[in-house]
Design a protein around this ligand. Structure first.
Ligand code: ADP
Ligand code: ZN
Ligand code: ZN
Length: 736
């Protein structure tokens, strides 16, 4: 038993530990630690290990018997790493998503802090050394990467981490080699907040009337909570609205938090901000090293970076002086974490803005139906930018009926002619197909065998370049067989993937430079930059790609966009399939004719009369959204109801279902709720595990949450739970 004298009388720390357990752990405060506050890190004994945890509450009583209460080993911080507001946000999120608080805290903190690194630290800086300056004066021949770095170092007295990030991924190794040569000195300085930023007053476009209205509405609400939906067609100048609103906030000494989808956070995107603000911009994306991530986090927390741009988890980044929140492409599914702690950064950002009393702007050309409905109900204020900012008009759309036109290599004759026409006129062509690889199926005409994945209820995709069959669900790989393993017949790839379209285009348009952009050709952030440069320089004439192409990149010289297979989304099994399809079509169409050239869009479909497609083509996204919302309301789907999905998987088919059936049997009152299932998932077997689900639906958010709060502890305690992996997904994006 611990000597009570080693602990200040009665001081108990309730600590969140990074474990899947949905509870807090009580410890005595270590001796002499009088100023422990919620949000500080502590080291505590856990079993035989020592873990780092976050203090959630400081109290004077515990349900743990005195004799079993252990004492925390040490308090790491002298001030909270999660301030009251963020800790409140994390606690809310853990409750709302019914997830373990410890894992929620872990998501909210950069890994460096979770490993015990100090909250404050010196910040790295670089400058040209005397040797470097002398060498540069002799105007040596330099590679373009070295040149870019040297130019920056010459132009400024010193360079910081945010400069390095803008130079792109390769800048770090270039910097290392310059340090090695003695041309650059590396040193460290304390990370301090800087005085309000004077935005660079460079050439700025004069806002259109619609932009001016939006800017005025947002800036008028600075200093208080106000949610806005900025619904502007692609190229309507939403970013310009963000920039102006941020200018005001920053000039008033406040910080702006800008969330963007992962793939859209390229140096090009950041340089637009850099061109307007002569200030450090903290950038947070998944490609950063742990060290850089922590350094960027500190820049945000200290207030030294007036602008913070980040992906999903940046919603948890502390700001010294919050001023405005922007969510760009708010419809993007990457804002919802799809595993572990399944939170929606968009939804939490709205709550955060409310608690911080700052305006939040949700921008999109294709708002989610949830957000549109909030605007219709006047909970969000709608700001519309109905026209494109530049000279280009709205692209003209043609639907190509695949039932009547002949296809070659997956491209119908009218489409081929349109491509020819645009290439001849000097335009670039963008071809969108949401399927990578060569063909989705390898088929035997002799016996109808089609290469299955051994671990999934799915077919293997043929990848010709790698000469492999790949399962896109579990990642399994196998060599492409020479002949049918069952009847030795010759095998035939069936269907189209981006690789095959690239080959087809090569045959149809010999000599025309083509670039393919998908996850097979683009691995790191550096590669996407290079590919985009080749497109922007005009070297590439035809671009083929997947979803990657629809996210925020500008292709000013693309005049024709082709959507190869619109039908996948029309008959999807998920209730959101048509929304996703419409968003992809509109987003990819928005890449056409952005500069001064008029654009055209060709959509290939085998069911051109489908009502949703008709409305989309005829009336645009708004017309589509009206129909889709009416369908959702009639069917009682979100946003007209609330969902939670209980998922389970197990190596044995019976176990997943047995667990969910048992869960169903222990449900408390079902008043105001509907249970759908349990049923096997649409793809029942994935990566060798059988998957099943039970959907809970309610018209009322509070009903659903009260139910989950009462139900999940019972589910957790089920003996069947030990035989499965299970999870709960609140507001799931995907219910298949
Ligand atoms: P969005 O974010 O809505 O897709 P952008 O902000 O990227 O649109 O603007 C599209 C293009 O129009 C950009 O090249 C931008 O510089 C330009 N632009 C934006 N606003 C104006 C304006 N008021 N006048 C002229 N050009 C503008
Ligand atoms: Zn066969
Ligand atoms: Zn598989």
């Amino acid at each position: 038993m611990t000597d009570p004298a080693t602990s200040p009388a009665g001081l108990i720390l309730r600590v969140a530990l990074d474990t899947p357990l949905r509870r807090l752990f009580d410890y005595r405060a270590p001796a002499g630690s009088n100023h422990v506050l919620p949000g500080m890190r502590v080291e505590v004994p856990f079993g035989r290990r020592t873990l780092l945890g976050i203090v959630i509450e400081v109290t004077d009583r515990s349900d743990i018997p005195e004799a079993r209460l252990r004492t925390a080993a040490s308090v790491i911080d002298t001030e909270p790493v999660l301030d009251t507001l963020l800790l409140g946000l994390v606690r809310f999120a853990a409750d709302y998503y019914h997830h373990a608080i410890g894992e929620a805290c872990a998501t909210a903190l950069p890994s460096g802090l979770r490993e015990g690194r100090p909250l404050h630290a010196l910040e790295p800086r670089w400058r040209l050394s005397a040797t470097g300056a002398a060498a540069v004066a002799k105007q040596p021949r330099l590679g373009h990467r070295q040149r870019a770095l040297i130019d920056l170092l010459t132009a400024r007295s010193e360079m910081d981490l945010t400069d390095l990030e803008v130079l792109g991924e390769s800048a770090r190794s270039t910097l290392r080699s310059l340090i090695g040569k003695g041309w650059v000195d590396a040193y460290e300085v304390p990370c301090e907040a800087i005085t309000p930023v004077t935005p660079i007053v460079g050439p700025k476009p004069i806002p259109t009337a619609a932009q001016a209205q939006a800017i005025a509405a947002i800036t008028a609400s600075l200093g208080g909570f106000a949610p806005f939906l900025l619904h502007g067609v692609t190229g309507s100048g939403k970013t310009e609205v963000y920039l102006r609103a941020i200018e005001e906030a920053v000039a008033a000494g406040r910080q702006a938090l800008v969330l963007v989808p992962e793939i859209a956070l390229t140096p090009q995107a950041v340089s637009r901000f850099r061109a307007r603000f002569d200030a450090p911009i903290a950038i947070l994306h998944s490609g950063l090293t742990d060290t850089d991530r922590l350094a960027m986090w500190r820049l945000a927390r200290s207030g030294r970076a007036p602008i913070v741009i980040g992906t999903r988890s940046a919603v948890f980044v502390p700001l010294a002086r919050p001023g405005i929140v922007i969510i760009d492409e708010e419809h993007d599914p990457s804002y919802k974490q799809q595993e572990g702690f399944r939170y929606s950064a968009r939804d939490l950002a709205v709550l955060r803005a409310q608690r911080e009393q700052v305006p939040i702007v949700l921008g999109s050309a294709t708002p989610s139906l949830e957000t549109l409905q909030q605007a219709q109900a006047q909970r969000y204020r709608l700001l519309s930018l109905p026209e494109r900012a530049g000279a280009a008009g709205v692209p003209r759309t043609t639907v190509v009926d695949l039932r009547v036109h002949e296809e070659r290599h997956g491209i119908a004759t009218p489409t081929v002619m349109a491509i020819e026409r645009h290439l001849a006129a000097g335009g670039q062509v963008l071809i969108y197909l949401n399927r990578r690889g060569y063909a989705p199926t390898l088929f035997c005409p002799g016996c109808s065998w089609s290469a299955p994945c051994e671990s999934c209820d799915a077919r293997m995709t043929v990848h010709m370049r790698r000469q492999q069959l790949v399962c896109h669900h579990c990642g399994a790989q196998a060599p492409v067989p020479f002949a049918c393993p069952r009847c030795s017949n010759e095998l035939r790839p069936v269907g189209q993937g981006t690789e095959r379209i690239e080959d087809g285009l090569d045959e149809l348009f010999p000599g025309v430079p083509i670039a393919r952009i998908d996850r097979d050709t683009i691995q790191g952030r550096g590669e996407i930059e290079q590919a985009l440069d080749r497109v922007q320089s005009g070297e590439v004439r035809i671009l083929v790609g997947t979803q990657m192409l629809t996210k925020g990149h500008d292709f000013p010289d693309v005049t024709l966009v082709v959507v190869l297979n619109a039908d996948q989304g029309l008959f999807g099994t998920d209730f959101r399939a048509s929304e996703r399809l419409a968003q992809s079509i509109v987003q990819v169409s928005g890449r056409a004719g952005r500069a001064s050239r008029p654009g055209e869009v060709y959509i290939q479909s085998a069911c051109p009369d489908h009502p949703l497609l008709q409305r989309l083509v005829g009336e645009g996204y708004d017309g589509f959204a009206d129909s889709a919302l009416a369908e959702r309301e009639a069917a009682g789907w979100p946003p007209y109801s609330r969902l939670a999905l209980l998922r389970a998987d197990a190596p044995e088919r019976a176990d997943a279902l047995a667990f969910l059936e048992a869960a169903r049997d222990v449900t408390p009152s079902l008043q105001g709720l509907r249970l759908l299932g349990p049923v096997a998932s649409v793809m029942e077997r994935r990566a060798g595990r059988y998957r099943a689900q039970l959907l809970v639906e309610s018209r009322q958010r509070t009903t659903l949450h009260r139910f989950l709060a009462a139900w999940l502890p019972q589910v957790e305690a089920l003996p069947q739970a030990r035989r499965v992996r299970w999870s709960v997904d609140v507001d799931p994006l995907d219910v298949t």
